[in-house]
Ligand binder design. Sequence first.
Ligand code: FMN
Length: 166
Amino acid sequence: MVQALVVYESMFGNNRALAEAIAEAVGGVAVEVGVAPEALPPEVDLLFVGAPTHALTLSSDATRWAAATEHADGPLVSNGRSMREWLANLTGAEGVAAHPFGTHVKVTWPPSSAARSIGKKLRALGCVVGEPKSFKVTGFTGPFAPGEVERAKLWARTALSGAPAR
Ligand SMILES: Cc1cc2nc3c(=O)[nH]c(=O)nc-3n(C[C@H](O)[C@H](O)[C@H](O)COP(=O)(O)O)c2cc1C
């Protein structure tokens, strides 16, 4: 049986909600990036990795600070280790099927998003990476555009059906 792990970074809760919906859809576990293992457990054979788009890519110290001071009503969901740091330290992911996801407010051309940045980093780690998927929120703190969470669940189930066990 395929064991799925969903690792997320989130400022205001949108990627957490997406990660939990994806985990439910594939029968996996959603883990906040600050407490995610840096050595991928060998039983994990399907990885979903998601984060919010900040300045067209993954968050940085500066954008996290802006999120906390300019946009948040309370504490950020992810206020420890960042997705960038976790991906820089991740080991044991070679050959694992991995699916990058994230959220954005605006679509840009050429396409740039946290999901795409995650995809590049997962590929460099030796993962077998699916097409990055970014889901739309209607404002910096949310909510999702109509149908986006359902779209994410369908996407995750498709990824599950194509995932061979390690
Ligand atoms: C500092 C900052 C920079 C952002 N930059 C972008 C951006 O370049 N493009 C975009 O579409 N959304 C941008 N956003 C909106 C985020 O993508 C949005 O807040 C996020 O998707 C919400 O997910 P979360 O609740 O999981 O953090 C930015 C948000 C913040 C706080």
